[in-house]
Design a protein around this ligand. Sequence first.
Ligand code: ACO
Length: 377
Amino acid sequence: MTNIAKGLEGVLFTESKLTFINGSEGILTHLGIPIQEWAEKSSFEELSLALLDGELPTAAELAHFDAELRANRAIPQQLIDIIQHMPRGVHPMQALRTAVSYLGLLDPQAEEVTPEARRAIAIRMIAQFSTIIAAINRAQEGQDIIAPRADLTHAGNYLYMLLGKEPTAEQARLFDIALVLHADHGMNASTFTAIATSSTLSDMYSCITSAIGALKGPLHGGANEAVMDMLDEVGNPEQAEAYITKKLDNKEKIMGVGHRVYKYFDPRSRVLRDYAEVVANKEGKSNYYQILETIERVVVERIGSKGIYPNVDFYSGTVYSDLGIRKEYFTPIFALARISGWCASVIEYSRDNRLLRPDAVYSGATDAHYVEIKDRQ
Ligand code: ACO
């Protein structure tokens, strides 16, 4: 009997030097360095460059890259016009997918697919994603679009463009850490999608547009928004235990828990929980944080034995919501971070490209013949 790797689980299709995950022990490293160290000591800019080049940059390389990002933050007026004229109420990931695809039309280098061209486009896209996402958010809310500033960090500038005021250093750093935690995660569905597109020698904008589509789904990037929906549905901490117990009794899926690779705590969820706790303790425990504490306890007690533990999406929403970000924008923020991992993975794969072309076991009819339409029942 032929074995089918449903969901491609356990299928190895390439080598990568970027990210290592040990799901049973809850370990995640980039370039061999634990995610906790990246979160504590590094920045989104540095991790992005390290992923693109496959090594830790020198101070001069990082300064040059940071300057390139800052210089490329502005987006073309034609794209701003498109964003302003998008229908109101669309899903922001639809808007992002359209905007990135349109950005490709405006880039004279878009069709170049050498690793060098892909890298140059990647830097512009990393820089411009934050401007595009902030612009979509503001346009959808009927607010003026705010131009980027070159004197702020990548994270600080995003919050500035979104909220219209300069964030505190603490807020900017907290958001920077969230970006670091989401920047790359091995062969997840959206990265795999980006690679599948690039393997046909398609252009960078097509790779990233298809990755955005894959990230949009609730089983992948859409889960953080679904966690907030759940928290709103629970309402107050006293209801949390009964709510989650009922869901588990009914064998319903709990959003923000479970992971194809992690069968123990996702290490990113631990880092985010610690920050969410600090914020919660400082400002008086929010309902959201207290509800999550209860859900985590009950989930681990009830289905931890199945390898179901909180994933990165479990606490990220409360952190974003404390920063003033609306839940509809949580998934675009995931993309804002993951753009680095997508680009780095595409570039790495394209250095030794092979067209991706898996197969399916045929289980349909055999020896059939065409039946004229008038003769069909
Ligand atoms: N809530 C309750 N039970 C769950 C959950 C969950 N979220 N996830 C898995 N289980 C149960 C399954 O029902 C199954 O139980 P059974 O053995 O009694 O049938 C068992 O745990 C194993 O689950 P699988 O479906 O085999 O696990 P899989 O690896 O396919 O699922 C997935 C991974 C899709 C992420 C799943 O856990 C899920 O849907 N989680 C909720 C959505 C979510 O948070 N997604 C974000 C993932 S992280 C990211 O993309 C950034």
